[in-house]
Each structure stands twice: as C-alpha cells, then as structure tokens.
Design a protein around this ligand. Sequence first.
Ligand code: KIV
Ligand code: NA
Length: 276
Amino acid sequence: MKNTIQFQKMKKNSEKITMITAYDYPAAKLAEEAEVDMLLVGDSLGMVVLGYQSTIEVTVEDMIHHGKAVTRGAPNTFTVIDMPFMSYHLSIEKAMENAQQMMQQTNAHALKVEGASTNTLKLIEKLTEAGVPVVGHLGLTPQSVHVLGGYRIQGKDKETAKQLIEDAKKLENSGAFSVVLECVPDRLAKHISQQLSIPTIGIGAGKDCDGQVLVYHDILHYGVDFQPSFVKVYHQVGSDIKSAIQQYHKQVKSGEFPSREHTFVMSEQLAADLNL
Ligand code: KIV
Ligand code: NA
C-alpha cells in the first residue's frame, strides 16, 4: 500500500498520482485490482449511489456505512474518506469526535475536509497532531453549493484566484498532506501545484496537478444523470447493464430462462421413487 510519504515522493519525482472514488465492496475491489494509488470514499456517494439532491444530505453514518465496505474491498489501498456536511463545523470537539468515529469504524487511512476557514485549518492541525492524515479540498466545494451559487468553475477572477492560492498555502501550513483542486482553471491549478510542496489532486483542474481524481460512476457512465465536461467516460457500463437486465426480463417472460443448464435436474431414479 502506498502511504503519505510515498505520495510526497511521487510529486517530487513527477510521477502522477491516481485516485478514484469508491462507495462499495465490488468497486473498491476492482479499483484495487486496477492498481490505483488512492481511493476516495467521497460524500458524492449521496448523489451517486443514494440518490440525494446534493452532498448536504449525507451523514457521518452514511459515510461510515460505505467506508467500511470500501476498506473491506480494498484492504491494500490507501483510502481517504470525506467528512460530510456540518460534521466538522459545530465545534472542534464534535469535529474530533466525528473524525474519531470515522477513522476507527471504517479503517480508512485519511480524512478529507472542504475549505480553509480558520476553524477547518485548526481542525486539520489537531487531526494531523493526532496522527490522522488530512486531505484539503478547494475550488468547487460541493458542501457550500448554496454559497457558491451552483456547481461552477471557481477562481475565474483575480480576487478569487488569489484567495485560492492563499488558501492552498494555509492548508499546507496546517499540515494537510494533499489538496484536491476541483473545477479551477488549468494555469491556476498549475501555479498552486508548483507553489505547494504537498501533492495536488485535480478534478476539472487540468493536467498539471500532481494527481487526478474522478468519480467511479462517471468514468463508467454508470447510472449517472449528468456528465460534467471534465469527465472522460472510459466505458459505457450503464447501457451494458441495462441491456443485460432487459434480456433477462425478456427471457423470463418468454420461458427461455431458466434453461436446463441453469436448473437442478432431478435424477430419473428419484423421480420414479417419488412418483413424479
Ligand atoms: O466526493 C467526491 O467525490 C469528491 C471528489 C470529487 C474530489 O470530493
Ligand atoms: Na466530496
């Protein structure tokens, strides 16, 4: 399993870091077999696998439930788990308690938090001090969607771009071992990546981040309603699944399934003994 020290080395050696989200056992297993460097149990699970409207509905319990399944499926892959909406804002004590629950119950290796508010920076410091590696998350931070005014590119003007650069440095100084940059212009992400000594992981942030992350269901086009422009679909799994289910449905209706090969056929002897 790769660790935070190796991720640091990968940045130094210009070796790209790969990360993909996973929310359950089979996805985690396949991602581990595919040898990705890092897994993210993202709170995107609210929308992707639970059908919620946004990540705001996601609870600590949801994250733990899915996090457990992921670490069982990928026991040998470094796994980061998102602290969900408001689970780290009520008080530092409550935040630390939630962090403890999430780490101890899921066996994840690190936590991810959004933004760079004073309280969040303090939390990152405390978690790092407690031995919990933390990933930051800047740019489009979906837990603040109602403040950002929608899911849109961030850092598009001078002021917000400068703020992002500052925030990234603050995260590094607070002890974060990596920062996700979501939906920011490529040259801003490149600049931040050059300024930081910790690796940046981009999503919709261009090719110059130290690593990339995408949502499992997005790259497979698996049950997704909306496809952001920065997503590359590697295989249209959704349509394959639908057509398999359609065939099953038709074959049951027509009597084609189950055929003899999918049946436990009774021996002639037993049939005779039972008069069947
Ligand atoms: O929840 C998530 O999937 C994420 C990634 C998009 C970075 O936070
Ligand atoms: Na997230």
